[in-house]
Ligand binder design. Structure first.
Ligand SMILES: NC(=O)c1ccc[n+]([C@@H]2O[C@H](COP(=O)([O-])OP(=O)(O)OC[C@H]3O[C@@H](n4cnc5c(N)ncnc54)[C@H](O)[C@@H]3O)[C@@H](O)[C@H]2O)c1
Ligand SMILES: O=C(O)C[C@H](O)C(=O)O
Length: 332
């Protein structure tokens, strides 16, 4: 049985992501959890004639049954940006949502793969890891910040100016984190395409701030949902192909804890505990963190800038869990 749980399943990302996952023949049970409307979304999806079972679960009381037996939990729960906001502005609301969901996962499905979409990813992934550490169930191979949308955007934007670059066939490595200057596309390593310095500058900026384009265009009605659902389904599918079917050689970028095996091969000893990099996926999740070499001077400088911002984002997430006052429940 392969049970995949979507937490935040009734939302802008959650609904199309669940639809795409309903197409997957790797999933036998799709459990949809939200604080509202998940029963209706599940009823709707359950009429689709693919083999997986769909169940809906609403509210905290139904969270344990949603999570029990999960192979993978995908988390797009939380509020999205409005124009003028940074992803870090979402921390105030989303940190608590992600922490509470992580606590439930640590209790009810401690061995599941956890895929974090909720922003700010640079901080929410450390939150999940710290919750799992506290509960003594932390396995760094199994927790991922989903940065696939940055990779998807990179391929699309490069194709727009270099039509010979096939966007669905070629993957571009994007490292760092998932917000503005922390997003570092490695355009110098794209094969058979050359860019002028001006093109590199424009493309890099567009990839780093691609999320803002959508926030602005939606004009207060949220951020990227459909492209994110596509990216989230792609990452989930790759992970399932590797972990369920045992397919080898599958590589995706993800924001991971660098205590993972192979992490010592991390690009430039950034000194950071978390960094988005290409990872090879396997039966246990992260098999290998792929090393990067031969960055251009411009990319080296971008990484340096990203490190400063990431340090602050990571420490904010870690402190949110480690410095929290002991709850009344825990004192009893
Ligand atoms: N990683 C990425 O690349 C990426 C891309 C796009 C959006 N995002 C982020 O994903 C998140 C969701 O975006 P959206 O557009 O789907 O927002 P949305 O408001 O449309 O949906 C969020 C859903 O989460 C639910 N929710 C809130 N609290 C919850 C809780 N405690 N438990 C379960 N569900 C809960 C809401 O009821 C809602 O259905 C945002 O934080 C956004 O910034 C990340
Ligand atoms: O831009 C956002 O806030 C949502 C998401 O992180 C994105 O990159 O589209």
């Amino acid at each position: 049985m392969v049970k995949v749980v979507v937490c935040g399943a009734a939302g802008g990302i959650g609904q199309p992501l669940s639809l795409l996952l309903k197409y997957s023949d790797l999933i036998t049970h799709l459990a949809l959890y939200d604080i509202v409307n998940a029963i209706g979304v599940a009823a709707d999806l359950s009429h689709i004639n693919t083999a997986s079972k769909v169940t809906g679960h609403v509210g905290k009381d139904m969270l344990p049954e949603a999570l029990r037996g999960a192979h993978t939990v995908v988390i797009p729960a939380g509020v999205p940006r409005k124009p003028g906001m940074t992803r870090d502005d979402l921390f105030r609301v989303n940190a608590g949502i992600v922490r509470d969901l992580a606590e439930a996962c640590a209790e009810h499905c401690p061995k599941a793969f956890i895929l974090v979409i909720s922003n700010p990813v640079n901080s929410t992934v450390p939150i999940v890891c710290e919750v799992f550490k506290k509960a003594n169930v932390f396995n760094p191979r199994r927790i991922f910040g989903v940065t696939t949308l940055d990779v998807v955007r990179s391929s699309t934007f490069v194709h727009e100016i270099k039509p010979q670059f096939e966007p669905h066939l070629n993957r571009i490595t994007v490292v760092g984190g998932h917000s503005g200057a922390t997003i570092v596309p490695i355009l110098s390593q794209i094969k058979n395409v050359s860019f002028t310095p001006e093109e590199i500058k424009t493309l890099t900026h567009r990839i780093q701030y691609g999320g803002d384009e959508v926030v602005k265009a939606k004009n207060g009605a949220g951020s990227a949902t459909l492209s994110m659902a596509y990216a989230g389904a792609r990452f989930t599918t790759s992970l399932l192909e590797a972990s369920v079917r045992g397919k080898r050689g599958l590589v995706e970028s993800a924001y991971v804890y660098l205590g993972s095996p192979g992490a010592e091969r991390n690009l430039h000893s950034t000194g950071l505990e978390y960094f988005a990099q290409d990872v090879e996926l396997g039966p246990e999740g992260v098999m290998n963190v792929l090393a990067l070499s031969d960055l251009s001077a411009e990319e080296e400088a971008l990484v340096k800038t990203a490190i400063g911002e990431l340090k602050a984002n990571i420490s904010k997430g870690v402190k949110f869990v480690t410095s929290a006052p002991v709850s009344a429940k825990a004192k009893l």
